[in-house]
Design a protein around this ligand. Structure first.
Ligand SMILES: Nc1nc2c(ncn2[C@@H]2O[C@H](COP(=O)(O)OP(=O)(O)OP(=O)(O)O)[C@@H](O)[C@H]2O)c(=O)[nH]1
Ligand SMILES: [Mg+2]
Length: 417
């Protein structure tokens, strides 16, 4: 399929530094790259004031019309959040569909959503985004064409639906998502009691999935793409001291992640963030690793999960971009370890940090009971760390989550009785 030809507009406010601007442009380009569109022209405008009708100045917008024709652009992408009105007016001036940052991120999510739950969530977010824009799009483009939003043709089909249909679909999606959430919550509650769990969080492309794969040896999708992971993937891992823990990997964060998407992914995020401990993964090869870390912390705090952050993993030590950022990231006050998943270096320090955190939640005690098999049939095998036989007795080292200590001790009393 031919790539869509995109004209990209970025803006610069008076207080933005060159570096910030460079990073912003780099990021929107890598987002567009993830969608495999072809940026045929890029225009950066100074932004003194946001125009309520056209976001950028009307004159600025009009000056681009001939450029769009010359480059035969199929669409315009602007790295900003537009209101439906601004988008509508710009589309009329440009004569081609206009997409904003949210539209771009939504399309990536749409492209990368594989599980049923992720698809439901992204469909809901997309429909909510389209709702106020529906009329405009129908009026502006009676002839539908492709575009960032329509990379899969799905955008077009949705535009054809009436507003009413859209609303009722959003309602039924909400109900379906709620049902899945309930099931997840019940399953989770049971699991939480028994096993310690970690959640890997961090900026998109930091290497969360790579880490999960390296630590657990299970096949997980790793890609040099933004938002490669949208689902929460959970894997079991046995720590060297014999404790089994769960590790989850989930959707990455990004600066200016539209709130609608955080909401949309609340069900998968909730799953990850309910972990016993949260790990932040930083990417040392990112030109603005510090800002990525801040964004992650901010997002976690908006989600009410920042108090669970127990470990900071600095990944990609093989490709450190900025020594000062590296220094600062090592001194955030959070327990920090470093690694390169690519070179398989430092993983042992990651594992010992995980052990140290998990161990605190476990209680160990030695018991001596009759060797009649009842110990093994009454307790989960993972709870029995070591057993020595002394005549008709067995002496065992028991280790369980502190939350289970009382009930396990009661079971042992019964065995003894
Ligand atoms: N140089 C280097 N690259 C790495 C390292 N670890 C992971 N990567 C690469 O970073 C890219 C992103 O890795 P992922 O594991 O998919 O990142 P993620 O955090 O899961 O990303 P999302 O799912 O998109 O949020 C891939 O191309 C990896 O091969 C590392 O230690 N060094
Ligand atoms: Mg991932």
């Amino acid at each position: 399929m031919e790539e869509n030809r995109v004209l990209l507009i970025t803006t610069r406010s008076a207080d933005e530094s060159d570096k910030r601007l460079f990073l912003k442009e780099r990021e929107i380009r890598s987002l567009l790259n993830t969608l495999s569109v072809n940026v045929v022209f890029h225009q950066s405008f100074p932004l003194r004031q946001i125009n309520a009708n056209t976001y950028i100045g009307k004159g600025q917008a009009e000056s681009l019309s001939p450029v769009i024709k010359y480059y035969e652009a199929d669409e315009v992408v602007i790295d900003a959040f537009l209101s439906a009105r601004q988008e509508n007016n710009l589309e009329r001036i440009f004569g081609v569909p206009v997409n904003d940052r949210e539209g771009v991120i939504l399309s990536i999510f749409f492209q990368n959503a594989h599980s049923k739950e992720a698809r439901l969530q992204i469909e809901k977010a997309e429909r909510e985004y389209l709702l106020p824009r529906l009329k405009n799009r129908e009026a502006n483009f009676s002839q539908q064409r492709g575009g960032v939003r329509g990379a899969k043709g799905e955008g077009e089909r949705q535009i054809e639906l009436s507003r009413r249909l859209l609303s009722s679909r959003i309602y039924s999606l909400e109900r379906e998502i709620e049902k899945i959430k309930k099931i997840r919550r019940t399953q989770r509650k049971k699991r939480e009691e028994e096993i310690f769990s970690f959640a890997l969080t961090g900026y998109t492309n930091a290497g969360k999935s790579s880490l999960l794969r390296a630590l657990t040896g299970s096949p997980v999708l790793v890609e040099d793409k933004l938002f490669a992971t949208l689902d929460t993937t959970t894997r079991k891992m046995r720590l060297p001291d014999g404790i089994d823990v769960l590790i989850s990997d989930t959707v990455g964060f990004i600066t200016n992640l539209p709130h609608r998407l955080i909401d949309a992914f609340s069900s998968t995020l909730e799953e990850a963030l309910s972990a016993s401990a949260i790990i932040i993964v930083s990417d040392l090869s990112h030109p603005d690793a510090l800002e990525c870390f801040e964004t992650t912390k901010r997002t976690l705090s908006e989600l009410g999960a920042d108090d669970k952050v127990a470990l900071h993993i600095l990944n990609k030590t093989d490709a450190i971009y900025d020594d000062l950022a590296y220094y600062r990231l090592r001194n955030t006050g959070i327990k920090t370890v470093e690694c390169s998943v690519k070179e398989m270096k430092g993983l042992d320090s990651v594992i010992s940090a995980l052990s140290e955190i998990a161990e605190k939640e476990y209680a160990s005690f030695v018991i001596s009971v009759k060797n009649d098999g009842r110990l093994y049939s009454s307790l989960p095998s993972a709870a029995i760390v070591k057993a020595e036989y002394e005549g008709e007795y067995v002496k065992a080292l028991i280790r369980v989550k502190k939350t289970l200590e009382e009930s396990v001790k009661k079971i042992i009393e019964k065995i003894k009785a």
